[in-house]
Each structure stands twice: as C-alpha cells, then as structure tokens.
Ligand binder design. Structure first.
Ligand code: MTE
Ligand code: CO
Length: 440
C-alpha cells in the first residue's frame, strides 16, 4: 500500500498538519498514562480497556457533586457544555478573500446520529448574512403566471405544512481534493454538508395559487441578500418535492440559513437552495445566470463543460477515526463511524475497508433510513495497533456506487472543483494519529 504525497502548493494545509501533530503528541501521552491504570476484564471484554483499579474520580465526592449548580433560567436559550467548545464551525482562511463571500465547515467529526444541530450547520454566503424582519419580508411570484402574487410570512404559514429531513451539500464540497489529498480533517474535506428537519410548505401549492401558465417550464428563485442569488430550476423539480421552508429542527431558520424563508431542493446541489427567498419568477427557459455558467459547472479535459449537473451523487466519509479525531484509546475494540448520502434517494449499503480497499466489510447502517438524508453507519473492529488505511464506499437504492478518486479523474479530468464524490482515505498510524492521503 503506497500513500501518495499531499498535493503541493498549500502552506496553510501544512498548518493543519502541524497543529494536529501537537495534538497527537498530547493524546499519545495521556493514553500512556491511562494504560498504567488499565487491567484486563477477562476474555469477553478484554479489548475494552476499562479499569478495575479504584480511582479518586469515583471513590471521592467531587465539587460538582457537592455544590448546587445554576438554577433554571440561567440560560434562557440553552448552549452546549463548556467542555464542548471544540465542536464549532471552522473556516479555512486562505480559501476565500473575504468572509462575506466565503464558507465555513460543519464539524462532522464531533457529531453523531444524522441531525446537524442548527448552530453547527456550515454556512455559505455570497454577500454576507441578510438581516430580515419577518414582518417586512415578502415573497413575490411573477412571470408566466395567471396572477402575480405577493405573500407575507403569515400568508405562507396558511398553506398545508410538511416536515422532512434532507441533506444539503454544496457542490464545492470536497472540491479542494480534486488534485490530491489536501485538507487534514473531514470537517474541511467533507463539512459542506448539513442535515436538518425542515418545516415548510410545498412549492407547488404556492405556485398553483398564482396559476402557472402552460408555457412556464422553469422557475428562477431569487434571494433577498446582497448577492441576489438566482438559479434556474426546471418546473418538474419545482412541482415534485421542493419546499418553501421557515423552520429547521423545529425552530425558526437561523439567519445564516436564510431566515425567514429558504427554498429546499431535496437531493440537488446546495447552491440552488436559495436563502432569504424573496421572489420566484416563472419562465419558459433557463436564465443562464452566473451560478450556472461560470460557477457550478465542471470543465472537462477536452474543454467541454458539464452543465446542469444538479443531483448530488452517492457519497460517504468516515468521520471517526479521522485526522481531527485520532484513536486515543490504544489497541482493542474500536468504533468506526461515518455518514453516507445520495441525492438519488436512500442509501442501500455502505462498505468499509481498513486496508485501503483490499478487503471490504459491510458497515452497520443505524437509525432512520430517510430519502435524500444522510445515513449513519458504524463498523466495530479489534485494532491491533497496525497502520490503517480507512475507506468507505456507499451504494444507493438506485445502485449507484461511490467511485474512486482515480475513476472520477479518468472520467472528468483534473480541472474540476465541483461534484467530487470520490472515496476518501485516512491513514491511521500506530500511535492512532490520522492523516488525509490517497492510495494507489
Ligand atoms: N442563497 C442566497 N440568497 N445567497 C447565497 O449566498 N449560497 C448558496 C445557497 N443559497 C447562497 C444561497 C450556496 S452555494 C449553498 S452551498 C447553500 O446556500 C448553503 O446553505 P447554508 O449556508 O445553509 O449551508
Ligand atoms: Co454552495
């Protein structure tokens, strides 16, 4: 097994490496200390290093057990434990010139289950976060309709509502990895995805209220932010499963996610999910806006570009262990976990390999298996301390199989940024630390 070198030219990538190296040394030290305490618990559980020795943390009364804590209302809006300060969105400073047209990343390695907490959903803005009072917000439907209409938020809330869990993935997710392993952590390589439950109304009901003309074949949703984000969406999709959402995970949309209204375009690239939705024009052809010509297209080796590649293909990533989440418990039972998703529907199966794709094992899909949502998978194995090359590959219900990165490059060349759903590899060393690599 040969680990390919990292792509050259990124000093900031090396920064992540250095930071992690320090963290790794620290983790190595503490696992040695723990090893001194640990004794075996017999054959059945010997791979779990639980301790039989008495220790102060369990035999003595601790402060938090002795004194009263803060009462109710200390925090009218609850926050995570102070011990979870590391579970935050992060950006990569050198990726973009200005935070107002930039991206940060979901800390996938800190999460479990399938729901992304609202405060941890990655953000992608082209003109900063619009600050809109719902009382002042309006949604207009115009163009090829019988009656152009303007809705208030209250008008929207009177349509029948639906709740659905959907993933949103930016087409640029994993984009830095086209030319080789680059960013050290699944937060940075795969963190432009989030998965929440939306409450909203069906787009087709709202369009029907205005009465779409038989000539209306496309819609152009427009954002109320300074970027005026616009994208052409075919009428079939608009009439199928699109939602106009006003809640996420039960509470109002966060400003970063488009408060007070956003378009939900299940399974399709994140750029089409227009935030701060203020207008939907109906037309008879696509508009060929910036975001569907110069951006979000894939330039192939022969100079031709793939366009209108809306559906996000089947993809998966191991979130633990990973570069930001090394193995710290030493040898023995190890829980591998990750996420899989497909814009084509449900995930049917996820395979994992610990030896760089030589042998594959079927992972355990756990929890709900929802349409166009992320799925959680686990694989428990007995780590002997050998170096690992961790990979996962997902298969969706339409039998699409996640490709290798080499297969993707063979098909699309090396010019691309968007739509990289190739198989990710993490190299885990004997000390438990992990790094982003490619294998051949
Ligand atoms: N909508 C508006 N109005 N303005 C934007 O900048 N960014 C798009 C899309 N919708 C954007 C927008 C892009 S590229 C993506 S990936 C998603 O919103 C990101 O959604 P999020 O910030 O909720 O993660
Ligand atoms: Co995007």
């Amino acid at each position: 097994m040969r680990a390919k070198n990292k792509a050259s030219g990124s000093t900031a990538g090396a920064e992540f490496l250095d930071k992690n190296a320090g963290q790794r040394r620290q983790l190595l030290k503490s696992s040695v200390a723990l090893g001194g305490l640990a004794t075996g618990l017999g054959a059945a559980t010997s791979s779990l290093a639980a301790s039989t020795a008495p220790e102060k943390l369990i035999t003595e009364v601790q402060d938090w057990n002795r004194y009263l804590g803060p009462g109710v209302d200390a925090k009218p809006y609850g926050q995570p434990s102070v011990h979870e300060a590391d579970a935050v969105r992060r950006d990569v400073a050198w990726l973009t010139a200005d935070a107002k047209s930039s991206v940060n990343f979901t800390p996938l390695h800190k999460l479990d289950g399938i729901i992304t907490p609202n405060g941890l959903c990655f953000e992608r803005h082209h003109g900063g976060v619009a600050d809109i009072s719902p009382a002042d917000h309006r949604l207009m439907i115009n163009g090829l309709v019988k009656t152009p209409l303007i809705f208030t938020m209250e008008d929207i809330s009177r349509f029948p509502r639906e709740n659905h869990v959907y993933f949103l993935e930016c087409a640029a997710n994993t984009g830095m990895e086209w030319r080789g392993a680059q960013l050290n952590g699944c937060q940075f390589t795969h963190g432009m995805v989030h998965n929440v439950m939306y409450t909203g109304v069906r787009l087709r009901d709202v369009l029907a209220e205005a009465g779409v003309s038989p000539k209306g074949k496309w819609i152009l949703p427009e954002g109320g932010d300074a970027a005026h984000m616009t994208r052409s969406i075919p009428m079939e999709k608009a009439m199928d499963d699109c939602l106009i959402a006003f809640k996420m995970n039960g509470e109002a949309l966060r400003p970063e996610q488009g408060y007070p209204l956003r378009l939900v375009v299940p399974g399709w690239e994140g750029n089409m999910w227009v935030k701060w939705l203020r207008r939907i024009e109906v037309g008879d052809q696509p508009w060929h806006q910036r975001e569907e010509t110069s951006k979000y297209t894939d330039l192939l080796a022969d100079g031709q570009a793939r366009r209108f590649t809306w559906t996000m293909d089947v993809k998966s990533v191991i979130t633990n262990p990973s570069p930001q989440a090394p193995i710290t418990h030493g040898q023995g039972q190890t829980v591998l976990s990750g996420l899989a998703w497909s814009g084509h529907g449900r995930i049917k199966r996820v395979d994992v390999s610990i030896d760089g794709g030589r042998h594959w094992h079927t992972a355990r899909l756990d929890g709900e298996s929802l349409n166009k949502s992320v799925h959680r998978f686990y694989y428990e194995f007995n780590w002997q301390g050998q170096e690992l090359f961790l990979q996962s590959r997902a298969i969706d219900e339409s039998r699409n199989l996640q490709p290798t990165k080499d297969a993707l490059r063979a098909a699309r060349g090396e010019n691309s940024i968007y739509h990289n759903n190739g198989i990710q590899t993490w190299h885990v060393r004997a000390d438990g630390s992990a790094e982003n690599v490619e294998v051949s």
